[in-house]
Every structure is written in structure tokens, then in C-alpha cells.
Write a protein of this length. Structure first.
Lengths: 311, 257
């Protein structure tokens, strides 16, 4: 079985290769829409790279990139197409699904191929539950018509370099409809996705300046700071937030400071190994999801913890 | 500007309860609400109409109880609501939902822009608006944080690693994020008036769509993550240090410090 993978994100690309191996793929093909350099990097992880030079398609736009991928797929015969589940990947996958006439499934955390076809686990009901879903009524019948699954980041260990795949250059003919006027790179979300320790500030933190005490705690734990949705989306204290609709984290240690534990937030921290919560309200829902809870005023507790960690 | 907004009446996941024995969600008793991002798509459409004129029509696809959302759609200020309701649509996948929306769009006829929430609060597939665009062969821009129309459409979209500003001719399809606006709260009199307004109620047969989902939901369960729930009380300043030490000792044992 040939499995095809695509992600614009280098680490996620390697996670997809790992997932493809997990499916016992006999051949793993990577689609790269980018530069020669991108294609060469990708070839270190897969058997073959289908390389579309981004000068033929321009910057990312869902329709144009889906069309490029659609044309690239035709020169191969994948049964499953794994796409990195970012905003870019999800949008492209949806349009590609329509072009191919094959189903797409997103928010996937695990998958397998059985006699019945492709089976996946995906998050359900805004991340509060997990669903088992069969993808497609028919099994692999047509040539170059893969079922599409978009994988959430962080569920498969990224593969390390081990291959020397071939690179096939694909010429595509994509009609551009939209123009990319500007690309504003975002401030890095302090490496939240990869952090071993994440300390998250919630609405219990009263002023933006007070984030400094949260940063102190993160520093003494060797971690990075994140915030909940209201602090980012409403108050603009940080460019990204931790939660189902923002960044999902999977650290060894998560510390929620003044975080109430809204279900969408909890869904984004569920894969943390150990969860610690600090909240003044003993009835805060976060305590139900915590391994260790500290009921107390964060303005007293956090400086004390920093002091104790330092000594 | 004639705008069509896709609005889902989603499960209110905040209020979803799980059967303690089977671990399955108790959907029959679960309340529904207008999906958060779709509400913002409607708000954005109304704001464009208020500044540039035109119409705002809405399409809702789902099981029969989703008809309830129409009252709120009218109360917020939409001109005309279209619903496709069927018992089996609770299990509709993104492909089926998109097909039904597209056929309804064709019944409506003229439009300049289609808006929708980037993802629904219960399903979170991020697929439906993009599929609608692909089926209509229109450009698509996901997760917009701001929109303006100046002959062409200009959309700023948060794509995770960067914010992209796209410029595109109309018609186009745009999905909006939670950040794009703060939706209005309808007045009581608007709600009262809204309950008397008629809407177009389609059946699947009216639209000639093969509504069999490719995605088949086999099982839904609560994720099993057992947490230790060791809680200490650090509200008394004289005992705080001793209580915190207990937690730090545990964290050292867990090997996470």
C-alpha cells in the first residue's frame, strides 16, 4: 500500500511519515510544494518526493495548492493521503477531497487499516470525547484516489533521517484566482507545541504586567508561558492561546495558574503527562482534570513556589 | 452585496453529559446552540450589509431540531433563512453537508460572498466551507480575522504560522475565526418579531442529493485519562509552605521537576 504525505510544517511532515510507517506502508511518497531545498530535505524521510516548484503556484492559497496536489497525485497511486492538520493542511485537504471525490477526515490522533478500510480516532464534541470513524464506504478501488486524513500534531514521533528518496519534479498548470498581498510571520508561540513544561496564565491573572510572575515560575521550572483564550483573543496579551481552538500542548508538566478549566482549554491540555492547577476557587472545574491542585491566591502561591524552587 | 451565511445549530458541548456506565455521550438530552464561529460569520455579514447594502440569507443543514436556530438568525437581522432538515442529518459528514449547502445555494441563485464559521463547536472538522468552495469552483480563504470589500475581497486569515492577507475577485467563500468580531445580542422585540417570520424548509429530496455519509461514526467515548486529583489547601498563609512542599515532593517523585 502506498501512503502519501503532505505538510508545509517540517516536523509535522516527519510525524506523518511515522504515521505512514505505522500503517505498514510499502511505499511512502511525500508531496512538496516549495523550493529545491525543501524537496531535498523531504527526500531524507520518504521513498519518493513528488516535487512541485512553488514558483509555479506562488504562496499558499487553499484552492491553488489543492489543485497542485491533485495534479501531483495523478502521477502516483496512493491509497491513503495523510495531511498535516494545520489551517493550511485542513483547507487544502477539504478542497482536494472534493476534486478527488474521496472523503476527508480531520483532527485525527490515531489510525489503522483493517479489512473494512481506513479506521481513525478523532476528537469529537469540541475535544471532550474521542470518536472511532470509518473513512469511506468502499475500499481502495480506484487508481490514485486516496482517502484523506488530517493528523493533529504531536501524536506520532517524528521520524529521523534514514532514507535517500528519489525526487520527481512535477509540472503543474494551476490557474491563479487569488493574490497573496502580504504574509505576516507570527511571533513564535514560545515553542508551546514542543515544550516539556508549559505554565498557562488564565483569567485569574488580573493585569498584563502580572504575567511577569508567571514567567518567573516558568523560568524556574524550565518551561514556557502560554495563556488561555480570553487573555489572547480578547485582551491581546499574547498572539496565541492554549486550547482546542488554539495550540494543543503535550508537555511532561502543565501548570495552570488562575485557569478555570473551560472544556475547550482542557481538551487542548489533555495529553499532558502531569497536570497541576493553582486556583483560588476550590470549585474550579480545572481541579477535576488535575493530578495536583493548589487552592489559593496565585499572587501568594506563585512567588512562594518560585522561592521554594530556587532554594 | 448579497451574502449567504452557513449556520449550524451545534451541540452545546459545554453542557454535554456522558453516561457514567457506557462512557457514551447522552445526545438526546444535549441542548444545542448556534455554533460560535457561525454566529460571527452572520455578524460579519450583517455589518457588511449595514455599510454596503444588499441582502443576508442563511443556510442551515441538520436534524429537525436545528430549525430552532432560525428564530435567532432572524432576531440578529438576517433577511431570509433556508433550512435543510432531516432525521438522518445528525450523522452527516462534511461532504454531505457541503453538497446540501451547495444545492441550496443554487436554489437561492445570485450571491457575491459565502461566509461560514471556520469550524463548528461540536464537530470541528474545518472542512465544510472549503468543500462548499471546491464544489462551486470558487476561491476559499480560511479562518479570517478581518474582512473588507473594496471591489475585490480582502481577507486577513490567521493560518497558524502567519497571518496571510489575500485579495480575490468575488464571488468567494470565506470562513471566519472567533476573533473576527463580537456578535450582537438581539433585542427582546427583535426576538418576538423573529418568531413570526417564515423560512424555506427543504427536504433532502427537494435538492436531489445522495446524502449518504462516507464517514461512518462507529463509537464515541470519553477519553480515559485518569488524574490523581490530589488537592491541597494553600489559603492559610501559615500553612502554605508546608502544603506547597507536599506538591513539590510529589512532582519530584513523578520526575517532572
Amino acid at each position: 500500500m502506498e501512503v502519501m504525505v503532505y505538510s508545509e510544517n517540517e516536523k509535522l511532515f516527519r510525524e506523518l511519515v511515522s504515521a505512514a510507517s505505522h500503517l505498514n506502508a510499502s511505499k511512502i511518497t511525500g508531496v512538496v510544494i516549495g523550493t529545491d531545498d525543501d524537496a531535498e530535505k523531504a527526500a531524507k524521510f520518504v521513498d519518493k518526493v513528488l516535487f512541485v516548484d512553488s514558483s509555479q503556484v506562488g504562496d499558499y492559497r487553499p484552492k491553488e495548492y489543492a489543485e497542485a496536489a491533485f495534479q501531483a497525485i495523478k502521477s502516483s497511486d496512493p491509497q491513503v493521503f495523510l495531511v498535516g492538520g494545520t489551517h493550511k493542511g485542513n483547507a487544502m485537504a477539504a478542497m482536494l477531497s472534493v476534486m478527488l471525490g474521496e472523503p476527508s477526515v480531520t483532527e485525527v490522533s490515531d489510525l489503522k487499516v483493517t479489512e473494512e478500510g481506513l479506521m481513525v480516532l478523532r476528537s469529537a464534541f469540541g475535544g471532550v470525547a474521542i470518536a472511532e470513524v470509518r473513512v469511506g464506504r468502499k475500499l481502495f478501488t480506484k487508481v490514485a484516489s486516496p482517502k484523506i486524513a488530517c493528523l493533529k500534531p504531536g501524536f506520532f514521533p517524528p521520524v529521523l533521517e534514514e532514507k535517500n528518496g528519489s525526487i520527481e519534479r512535477i509540472n503543474v498548470d494551476v490557474k491563479a484566482t487569488a493574490e497573496v498581498v502580504e504574509v505576516k510571520e507570527k511571533e513564535k508561540g514560545a515553542g508551546l507545541e514542543d515544550a516539556e513544561v508549559v505554565v498557562v496564565a488564565g483569567r485569574g491573572v488580573k493585569k498584563k504586567e502580572d504575567l511577569s510572575i508567571i514567567e518567573e515560575l516558568a523560568k524556574s521550572l524550565g518551561g514556557v508561558v502560554g495563556v488561555t483564550r480570553p487573555l489572547s483573543a480578547d485582551l491581546h496579551w499574547a498572539p496565541v492561546w492554549v486550547g482546542m481552538s488554539g495550540v494543543a500542548v503535550n508537555p511532561k508538566l502543565y501548570v495552570g495558574v488562575g485557569v478555570s478549566g473551560q472544556i475547550q482549554h482542557v481538551a487542548g491540555i489533555r495529553n499532558s503527562k502531569v497536570i497541576v492547577a493553582i486556583n483560588v476557587d476550590q470549585n474550579a472545574p480545572i481541579f477535576e482534570h488535575a493530578d495536583y491542585g493548589i487552592v489559593g491566591d496565585l499572587y501568594q502561591v506563585v512567588p512562594k513556589l518560585v522561592e521554594m524552587l530556587k532554594s | 452585496m448579497d451574502i449567504i451565511v452557513c449556520i449550524k445549530q451545534a451541540y452545546d458541548v459545554q453542557q454535554l453529559k456522558f453516561d457514567p456506565k457506557t462512557g457514551e455521550p447522552m445526545l438526546a438530552a444535549a441542548p444545542r446552540k448556534m455554533s460560535d464561529m457561525d454566529r460571527r460569520a452572520l455578524e460579519e455579514a450583517l455589518r457588511i450589509k449595514e455599510s454596503a447594502g444588499g441582502t443576508v440569507k442563511t443556510i442551515t443543514v441538520g436534524p429537525p431540531e436545528t430549525r430552532d436556530v432560525v428564530k435567532e438568525i432572524y432576531a440578529m437581522g438576517a433577511d431570509e433563512a433556508f433550512v435543510v432538515a432531516d432525521m438522518n442529518l445528525d450523522k452527516a459528514d462534511s461532504g454531505v453537508t457541503a453538497k446540501l449547502i451547495v444545492e441550496t445555494v443554487k436554489k437561492i441563485g445570485n450571491f457575491d460572498l459565502i461566509l461560514a464559521g471556520a469550524a463548528s463547536t461540536d464537530e470541528y472538522s474545518w472542512q465544510v466551507p472549503a468543500k462548499v468552495a471546491a464544489m462551486l469552483n470558487l476561491p476559499f480563504f480560511p479562518n479570517a480575522i478581518s474582512l473588507s470589500i473594496d471591489g475585490d475581497l480582502v481577507a486577513e486569515c490567521d493560518l497558524g504560522d502567519a497571518v496571510y492577507q489575500f485579495k480575490s475577485p468575488l464571488p468567494a467563500v470565506v470562513s471566519v475565526s472567533l476573533e473576527i468580531n463580537e456578535p450582537r445580542i438581539p433585542t427582546l422585540s427583535a426576538i418576538l418579531k423573529a418568531s413570526r417570520k417564515q423560512f424555506t424548509d427543504f427536504r433532502i429530496e427537494d435538492l436531489g442529493v445522495d446524502a449518504i455519509s462516507e464517514l461512518e461514526l462507529r463509537k464515541v467515548m470519553m477519553p480515559k485519562v485518569e488524574r490523581k486529583n490530589v488537592i491541597v489547601d494553600a489559603t492559610d498563609p501559615s500553612k502554605m509552605e508546608a502544603e506547597l512542599r507536599k506538591i513539590l515532593d510529589e512532582l519530584r517523585k513523578e520526575n517532572v521537576l
